[in-house]
Write a protein that binds this ligand. Structure first.
Ligand SMILES: Cc1cc2nc3c(=O)[nH]c(=O)nc-3n(C[C@H](O)[C@H](O)[C@H](O)COP(=O)(O)O)c2cc1C
Length: 310
């Protein structure tokens, strides 16, 4: 498979693993890179010393390309740009904020920079800032979200019609059919978050993975649309169902206990960021299997559409 994303990123398949605080570390990211996709290391945990170690581990675990994400709203340390340049990675995604200050120095240092956008306006601004490409993220995806969320089905073709840079689709991508749909809408790559949370190599507690397997498509909640703080999409639990009606005063405060949920398995201790595709995931699979199945199903879907309608 060859297109602008595989060429720019130096990967076999244009499939990117989403950055996710504490989760997107070397065991998961190296499995993705080794399977021919793009593994990404997070920085949104803010634990930059640990991240440095994770990047070193990546060099031991894979000889394939990998990237780093900077969620601008969560990593306010102005040293982050130099930190990333110093780590010697070649691919960065920036998200959750205005890329203006950070894109210039990263590009001057020779990195490829993609910015994550939730709207056409943000996409055009990022292109003006000189990004190499975009991750276009629909509101059905898991994680922190623009409060005025738009579904991938609407946002992706809208942005792809208006920009020339290559686009990676995120939000709702889980298999080869959704990848083919994203390509039909103009994307040249896909990013998977929730699917990777539920993979065998994901470090989260089995209770979270099992909750994803058990979830129906209606089992996520969109919280905090009216602030203060960011909106987000997460799995439906007793706590988040309560928050749907009565938002907490400080939603970010709920993440103080994140590790008790992420690694301790107490699903009521915090908030389990996850997307609507939880309703389509019914098995924990190794990353290599997820990627191989996605590619095979993508090719079969495109061929079958071509036979039927081409
Ligand atoms: C647990 C979790 C944590 C996330 N953390 C981040 C993050 O730190 N930075 C970021 O850019 N996106 C983050 N996201 C959003 C993902 O990058 C991705 O775009 C989204 O999960 C895609 O939708 P999907 O869940 O339908 O695959 C997170 C998503 C999840 C599920």
């Amino acid at each position: 498979m060859k297109n602008r994303i595989t060429e720019l990123l130096g990967v076999e398949y244009p499939i990117v693993q989403a950055p996710m605080g504490w989760i997107a570390r070397s065991p998961l990211a190296s499995a993705v890179s080794n399977a021919g996709g793009m593994g990404i290391i997070e920085t949104s945990s803010g634990e930059l010393d640990a991240i440095k170690g994770e990047i070193q581990k990546m060099r031991a675990l894979t000889s394939k390309p990998f990237g780093v994400n900077v969620a601008l709203a969560f990593v306010r340390d102005p040293g982050i740009v130099q930190f990333i340049i110093d780590q010697g990675v070649k691919f960065v995604t920036t998200s959750a904020g205005d890329p203006q200050k950070i894109v210039g120095p990263l590009k001057e240092a020779g990195l490829t920079v993609f910015h994550v956008v939730p709207s056409l306006k943000a996409a055009l601004r990022a292109v003006d800032c000189g990004v190499d490409g975009l991750v276009v993220e629909g509101g059905e995806g898991g994680g922190f979200k623009n409060p005025r969320e738009v579904a991938t089905m609407v946002l992706l073709p809208l942005v792809c019609e208006k920009v020339r840079v290559p686009v990676i689709a995120a939000g709702g991508i889980v298999d080869g059919r959704t990848m083919a749909a994203a390509f039909a809408l103009g994307a040249e790559g896909v990013q998977m978050g929730t699917r990777m949370v539920s993979s065998a190599e994901s470090p989260v507690h089995a209770n979270w993975k099992n909750a994803i397997l058990a979830a129906q498509e209606t089992d996520t909640v969109f919280l905090n649309r009216f602030g203060p703080g960011p909106a987000l999409r997460a799995l439906r639990t007793d706590k988040t169902t309560r928050f749907e009606k009565e938002p907490p005063e400080n939603v970010m405060g709920e993440f103080r206990n994140a590790l008790a949920l992420y690694f301790g398995g107490d699903m009521e201790a915090s908030i389990a960021l996850s997307g609507q595709v939880a309703g389509r995931i019914d098995a924990v699979k190794p990353v290599a299997e997820i990627i191989a199945e996605t590619v095979a199903e993508f090719e079969a879907t495109v061929a079958s559409l071509g036979r039927r309608y081409g």
